[in-house]
Design a protein around this ligand. Structure first.
Ligand code: SF4
Length: 281
């Protein structure tokens, strides 16, 4: 294909799940129905978004008065954040930062909850922070998550632009990413990037982009996934003739989460990537 694409982690995930879904969703822009979220799930998603907005306002220097937060759960999350926020490095704090870098003829796009850039002992550093309101997965799962891999790789390939012209590229070992979960506030996970990890990540990301480029650009149908389980949570079953999949049906919440997980909004994506069960602090 010839057209330049803006590729987020969810678009890469979608392509890996099913090439036809990627084609329908992002190239043909076939309608992707709104998900029938249960009231409780929808409320939790809304609270997660409000929590991210509170944290963003905090890092923009605005004072947050807990007493003005009406929702009890949200107020509890905020108090937990205030109490257990990890020690941050000294540097320039950039909340809700969007970074877009070229990859071949395409662009990789990511939005970070918080990026702190600065210098330690004369060496530049970049430290990403990501706030989560769901359950904390184990470290191996987080390490292999495309958010971890793509965001670290993007900073290694294009993060120097944040310092302005003349900055030499950041070395992978100068880049870190911390996940902080409101449900496990004393156990943040920090990943320090490395040259070997970056080589592996970037090679794989480039290979996926090359596979996208190799797909036909002439209106032909891109390959349908052989993993029928993907079809169970796909809005395009009827377009593919896959309404009758012989696998157990998912719950309404599982379907809803899968349907919504294609949203372009990276913040919403973050929320949807996690379990929706209420997890009060
Ligand atoms: S129904 Fe199945 S084959 Fe068709 S786009 Fe969705 S996941 Fe792909």
């Amino acid at each position: 294909m010839n057209d330049a694409l803006l590729l987020s982690r969810y678009k890469l995930i979608t392509f890996l799940a099913c090439r036809r879904r990627f084609q329908l969703r992002y190239l043909a822009e076939a309608a992707w129905p709104a998900a029938p979220l249960a009231v409780a799930d929808e409320a939790r998603l809304g609270l997660g978004q409000q929590f991210h907005q509170l944290v963003q306002r905090h890092f923009l220097g605005l004072k947050i008065e807990p007493a003005t937060i009406d929702d009890r759960t949200l107020r509890g999350w905020w108090l937990t954040f205030e109490r257990f926020l990890p020690q941050l490095p000294h540097g320039r704090a950039l909340p809700e930062l969007t970074l877009t870098i070229p990859i071949g003829q395409h662009l990789l796009h990511g939005r970070f909850d918080l990026l702190i850039i600065g210098e330690t002992d004369g060496r530049a550093f970049a430290h990403l922070y990501d706030w989560k309101t769901g359950r904390q997965p184990d470290e191996t799962t987080l390490r292999h998550d495309w958010q971890t891999r793509l965001y670290l790789a993007m900073l290694a390939e294009g993060g120097q632009a944040l310092w302005g012209e003349g900055q030499t590229p950041l070395l992978p070992e100068q880049i870190s990413l911390t996940y902080w979960y409101v449900t496990a506030p004393t156990k943040p996970h920090t990943f320090v990037y490395s040259p070997a990890w970056h080589k592996q990540n970037w090679t794989e990301i480039r290979a996926i982009v090359a596979q996208i480029e190799a797909q036909p650009n002439t209106g032909g149908v891109w390959p349908l996934t052989e993993d029928r389980a993907q079809c169970r949570v796909c809005a395009y079953q009827a377009l593919c003739g896959r309404q009758e999949v012989d696998t157990p049906a998912l719950s309404a919440t599982e379907v809803a989460v899968s349907l919504l997980a294609g949203e372009a909004d990276e913040e919403t994506d973050d929320l949807l990537a996690l379990p929706l069960e209420p997890a009060l602090p």
